[in-house]
Design a protein around this ligand. Structure first.
Ligand SMILES: *Cc1c(COP(=O)(O)O)cnc(C)c1O
Length: 365
């Protein structure tokens, strides 16, 4: 007998509920990873990724693991020991970048900003005279804040700009080429509305020329991956590196086609409308938002837990009574902030109504 799972509303910081098209693709017959049918799907997925990244980069591909592997690939392929790497930190994922970069031998120059505030490009520019890399998180899922990546592109000088777009891709505006992103990684389970398992990745020509020739990671070596995907798109000369996660890539392709059919602008507007409706509704209930005004992400809302309310007990009741998952805050805000995601198909008015109604009920006691 197989056990059945209770269906949940995934309104936390990710994973989100996938688009139905992405879920259906997982049930298709499995084909081989070098089958021409699969290679066509892979090429189309890479083309779709270029569109959601806002890039013409030839080297745009899904890495076979979650967003954190994208982060690892971003540093391990571009950091030589002793390189000065300036990292803007305004949340958990910026901190994780520091850890990953240090393990690659970087001289990490960390520039801290308060959690809940965006990154200030001028402070980043003053941190080091000639860094190899400047890195920042576009949408800090840990705090619900968006930073201005174009402003970092404007001050990067000779450095490569490395950006975490895990929670912005497929949700809010992302213009990798226009903003000057040289190295970008993302994830599938946030606004792209696909299950976790892949890290959409993009590299500019400028960055490619400066990559590490023999990176310490074999699996994430972009030079070797390029023989199979991205660089050789459309050609028959692909060489085996590792078995591509065929089903996940088909699912990503289906999710991307779903987004592109709706239109990037329409998808973005839907995320904005849902996020603003939720944020207005929470304030109307007397709750206080956490992220700085003017820099709030529509796809991830952070809200303060009212005084005297048991944060975990509320989340538990939401899950048990409404099958509704929201996230706790991170680090020192674990018990004082909730994180509510409206990503992918969940960026909709019915999700907003459900969250506000359920919270009102649970907090009403
Ligand atoms: C979720 C997330 C990650 C990590 O992705 P995983 O898929 O959990 O490995 C990295 N950065 C940001 C901004 C995220 O939201």
């Amino acid at each position: 007998m197989t056990s059945t799972l209770t269906v949940r509303h995934l309104f936390g910081p990710g994973p989100t509920n996938p688009y139905p098209e992405a879920t259906e693709a997982l049930a298709r017959p499995l084909i081989g990873h070098l089958d021409p049918q699969f290679l066509a799907i892979m090429d189309r997925a890479c083309e779709g990724l270029r569109q959601v990244w806002g890039t013409a980069n030839r080297r745009t591909l899904p890495i076979s693991a979650t967003g954190s592997a994208g982060m690892e690939a971003a540093f391990v392929n571009f950091v030589n020991p002793g390189d000065a790497v300036v990292i803007a930190v305004n949340g958990l994922f910026g901190e994780r970048m520091c850890d990953v970069a240090a393990r690659c031998g970087a001289e990490v120059v960390r520039v801290d900003f308060p959690f809940g505030q965006p990154v200030d490009a001028q402070k980043v520019a003053q941190a080091h005279p000639n860094p190899t890399i400047i890195a920042a998180v576009h949408a800090e899922t840990s705090t619900g804040v968006r930073s201005d990546i174009a402003a970092l592109g404007a001050i990067k000088g000779d450095a490569l700009l490395l950006v975490d777009a895990v929670t912005s891709i497929g949700g809010i505006e992302l213009l990798a080429d226009e903003w000057g992103i040289d190295i970008g990684y993302a994830g599938t389970q946030k606004c792209l509305g696909v299950a976790p398992g892949l890290a959409p990745f993009t590299v500019s020509d400028r960055a490619w020329e400066r990559r590490v020739e023999n990176p310490r990671s074999w699996y994430l070596d972009l030079g070797m991956l390029g023989g199979y995907v991205g660089e050789t798109s459309g050609s028959a000369t692909r060489t085996y590196h590792h078995t591509a996660p065929v089903a996940m890539i088909a699912s990503l392709d289906a999710g991307l086609q779903r987004i592109l059919d709706e239109g990037l602008d329409a998808v973005r507007d839907r995320h904005y409308a849902a996020g603003h409706a939720l944020q207005n509704g929470l304030e109307a209930m007397g709750l206080e938002l956490f992220a700085a005004e003017g820099h709030r992400l529509p796809e991830l809302t952070t809200v303060k837990v009212p005084d005297g309310v048991d944060s975990a007990a509320v989340r538990k009741e939401l899950l048990e009574k409404y099958n509704l998952e929201i996230g706790p805050g991170v680090k020192e805000f674990a018990n004082t902030v909730w994180r509510i995601g409206l990503m992918g198909p969940n960026a909709s008015p019915d999700s907003v109504a459900l969250i506000l109604g359920a919270l009102q009920d649970v907090l009403g006691k």
